[in-house]
Design a protein around this ligand. Structure first.
Ligand code: G6Q
Length: 530
């Protein structure tokens, strides 16, 4: 049996989960007002989760027994965390927090000072680069994939009203040529800066797309080395400053999906928003890093969110979580959280190398509300699976451009829908007509803030990073590697060899399964219909 199952708190939680509270009978204003916790920016409302005091006590005991806060402190101070005992594995510090511990109060990273010094040096380089070059360019294309795309893109799109006038940002991530082609058709390359982001400097999609854009530039008589910037690891195949207008660095101890606040996001965000607003994102993230590190467990927002997630996943047995921002600006944020959470905690062995015998990370998915209400909420309210929800809401609209229509503002309509959903899910509705019956007793929680600005967004990003890390600490899994993505890459390489062989007529090692798909594709290409 795994260590996790042996934990005293786990036994207790299992007993408690045999008879969890029923939200239909307990939900009342007093409960909503007492099951909440806040810090300077956010209020986490969790009265609509299926927890009571004994369950909460046992969850905090679980955090203590697994030393979740101690592990957070170890992470933020640069201890080696990215390691699995007894088998070949990564073996590194995990220091994304040092990327934003660059301001005067520098408290978190005593042992991680070198990392935050490195980050500060890159930020200073970036500040100078932006002031020397920003005027030359109207557009920026970020070329990168996975962690080099999702987080930075989500942040960029979330802060549109803060973008500088006359600056447009585009992204190319997919190796689908239609992605690059569509972006290239929409920009004036003479005034475009291309930022190629690849920590390894060897990612097929990114290197292909870089060449795609370079080639288009050359065909227009432009010199790519005056338009291209690199963000990569030191000594990676892309670390070749002669090919680039500038090169910025990131390090092994910052994982791709945790890298939005490193140079991976910073170059593009600095260009889009200006350096000062970029700094606000970093300051907000740093404030939440400190909160995760120092807040008492019962006041610690990401820890509480992690524990509620573990209650839902391991004890109530719910397999997925929907994260629904009631904010259009956050429309790509769930895509970032999908990667952050599922790549981190979708693991089948623990840190001792043993197969786990409990559920690890749930399936994470989401879309902004209210749009989701008009599509998949049917299943959430009346489907046969129970889907816990994490709502994100803001009291004020981001743009403050609102109108009283039929007696209420649009922002009020948005919030009314958010609060209505959490109540409807919890209390349901009895009806004689079974098709109109809502069973209720379905859990959700709300993370509420005043308004979405760069500082708050930085803190929100960090909140989720720490929620995911706390869950990994409690499950004792390695949340900072991603071996599960390797097999597909290797097989894609073999299939690419088949494509090459076909073109050159040379025979290679053969790969019957891959070959079969290529044959089917060739047949399809010969079909007459469009
Ligand atoms: C993230 C993953 C992965 C990575 C991409 C891009 O944690 O490691 O999504 O970010 O595969 O990798 P490169 O930045 O090395 O191109």
């Amino acid at each position: 049996m795994s260590q996790f199952k042996h934990l005293h708190a786990v036994q207790k939680l299992r007993d408690l989960a045999a008879k969890p509270i029923d939200l239909r009978s307990v939900l009342a204003p007093e409960r909503i007002e007492s099951y909440l916790v806040d810090n300077e920016l956010f209020t986490l409302l969790y009265g609509t989760e299926r927890v009571d005091e004994p369950a909460l006590d046992a969850l905090f005991e679980l955090a203590e027994e697994t030393q979740a806060l101690e592990k957070m402190a170890a992470m933020q101070s640069g201890a080696i965390l990215n390691k699995i005992e007894g088998i070949e594995s990564e073996n590194r510090s995990v220091l994304h927090t040092a990327m934003r511990d660059v301001f005067q109060d520098r408290q978190t990273a005593k042992n991680a000072r070198a990392a935050s010094d490195g980050s500060l040096a890159e930020l200073n380089k970036l500040k100078k680069f932006l002031s020397d070059n920003s005027d030359r360019f109207t557009d920026l294309i970020q070329i990168g994939i996975g962690g080099s795309d999702l987080g930075p893109r989500a942040l960029c799109l979330a802060l549109q009203p803060f973008h500088r006038k006359g600056k447009k940002i585009h992204f190319i991530s997919n190796v689908d040529p239609d992605d690059a082609s569509a972006v290239l058709d929409s920009v004036d390359l003479k005034r475009t800066l291309a930022v190629v982001v690849s920590k390894s400097g060897s990612t097929l999609e990114t290197l292909t797309n870089e060449e795609f854009v370079r080639s288009r530039m050359k065909s227009l008589g432009l010199n790519p080395s005056e338009h291209f910037v690199a963000v990569t690891g030191e000594k990676s195949p892309m670390d070749d400053p002669a090919r680039y207008l500038a090169s910025f660095y990131m390090w092994d101890f910052v994982g791709g999906r945790y890298s939005a606040t490193s140079m991976v996001g910073a170059v593009m965000l600095g260009f889009a928003l200006g350096y000062e607003q970029l700094e606000q994102i970093l300051r907000g993230a740093h404030a939440m890093d400190l909160h995760a590190l120092t807040a008492d467990p019962r006041k610690n927002l990401p820890l509480i969110s992690a524990l509620l997630g573990i209650w839902n996943r391991n004890f109530l047995g719910y397999p997925t979580v929907a994260i629904i921002p009631y904010s259009q600006a956050l429309h790509r944020f769930p895509a970032h959280l999908q990667q952050l959470d599922m790549e981190s905690n979708g693991k089948h062995i623990d840190k001792r190398g043993a197969l786990v015998d409990f559920s690890t990370g749930p399936v994470i998915w989401g879309e902004p509300g209210t749009n989701g209400q008009h599509s998949f909420y049917q299943l959430i309210h009346q489907g046969t699976d129970i889907i816990p929800l994490e709502f994100i809401g803001f009291c004020q609209s981001q743009r403050q451009d609102d109108l009283d229509i039929h007696g209420t503002l649009s922002q009020e309509k948005l919030l009314a829908n958010l609060f209505a959903q959490t109540i409807a899910l919890a209390v349901g509705q009895a009806s004689q007509n079974p098709n109109k019956n809502f069973s209720g007793n379905r859990p959700s929680r709300i993370l509420l803030a005043k308004k979405l600005d760069p500082y708050t967004l930085g803190a929100l990003l960090s909140y989720y990073e720490h929620k995911v890390a706390f869950q990994g600490f409690i499950w004792n899994i390695n949340s900072f590697d991603q071996e599960g993505v390797q097999l597909g890459k290797v097989l894609a390489g073999k299939i690419l060899d088949l494509f090459k062989e076909k073109r050159s007529g040379k025979k290679g090692d053969g790969f019957a399964l891959g070959d079969c798909f290529l044959r089917l594709c060739a047949d399809r290409s010969r079909c007459n219909h469009k």
